[in-house]
Design a protein around this ligand. Structure first.
Ligand SMILES: *[C@@H]1O[C@H](CO)[C@@H](O)[C@H](O)[C@H]1NC(C)=O
Length: 265
């Protein structure tokens, strides 16, 4: 088991290393946070991958497409398009033809100043399919919730010099997934509705009992001439009011003022 582990580790390292250096990658999420979207996938342009080439083609396919050939027998890049491949379902289509970028360090300030020099936005052209006068490579919006794979093909005079691996599948955003983020505060689960109903009903009974108790105490109080107290430290003092029908407030002990509402009999 021992040696195999090292071999496995080496393979893993090579695979990671290779994958890192030679497949199309999503653009830096620090700068492009909404990526992918429902219809676009923004990729980093290939810097320092194959310096001798003049042009770079970006091809896209839908994950699972069986035909992945990007060149013919003479090593010429195929002139496939979005429509002809049913949006990448049948095989790779040309997304863009770019100048092979110079080898340079990508810096934040550069990207902010001129993002298009450092990225390719797959699905970025909303008009090319419908515009009858459109010339060139059409890069129309992608399907939502579909997995795409990409490859960069480096060419001189459209003859392939080098091709990266196909990227891992990258999915566009599902239209529905934004709908599942429920922003309506009124929408609640069934359990919560039941709980709320029970609590509301209980609340009603408590309130009802309170009202009944209150009404009862008022009735009771008006029937007996004295105010019932539950206070052991003060005593209600009924003063003779100046005039019949007056309401008299009185207190007997400082600091424990109570009121006694009474009516002259
Ligand atoms: C796209 O490809 C199809 C099939 O290969 C072809 O018939 C069609 O003319 C192409 N469209 C454009 C705009 O090049």
């Amino acid at each position: 088991m021992g040696p195999w582990r090292y071999l496995f580790g080496l393979c893993w390292f090579l695979q990671v290393h290779f994958a890192r250096s030679a497949v199309p990658l999503l653009a830096n999420s620090d700068f492009f946070s909404l990526n992918p979207t429902q219809t676009t996938i923004t990729l980093e342009r290939p810097f320092c991958m194959f310096k001798d080439a003049i042009d770079v083609y970006l091809f896209a396919i839908v994950k699972g497409a069986t035909n992945i050939q990007v060149a013919d027998a003479a090593k010429k890049v195929i002139a496939s398009n979005y429509t002809g491949t049913q949006g990448g379902l049948l095989g790779p289509y040309q997304v863009a033809k770019l100048d092979n970028p110079k080898c340079e360090n990508i810096q934040a300030s550069n990207i902010m100043a001129d993002p298009n020099k450092y990225i390719v936005r797959v699905g970025g052209d909303v008009n090319c399919l419908t515009d009858p006068n459109f010339k060139g490579i059409c890069n129309p919006p992608l399907q939502n919730n579909l997995q795409y794979r990409f490859t960069y093909v480096f060419t001189i005079g459209d003859v392939v010099q080098y091709q990266t691996d196909w990227s891992p599948p990258i999915s566009t955003v599902n239209v529905k997934s934004s709908g599942t983020i429920d922003t309506w505060p009124g929408r609640r689960s069934g359990g919560m509705i039941v709980l709320t109903s029970i609590l509301s009903t209980l609340m009603f009974f408590v309130f009802f009992a309170y009202i009944v108790g209150f009404a009862y105490s008022i009735l009771n109080g008006s029937q007996t001439k004295e105010v019932s107290r539950h206070d052991t430290q003060t005593t209600a003092v009924l003063q003779k009011a100046q005039e019949p029908g007056d309401i008299t407030y009185s207190s007997t002990l400082a600091g424990s003022e109570r009121y006694a509402a009474t009516q002259q009999a």
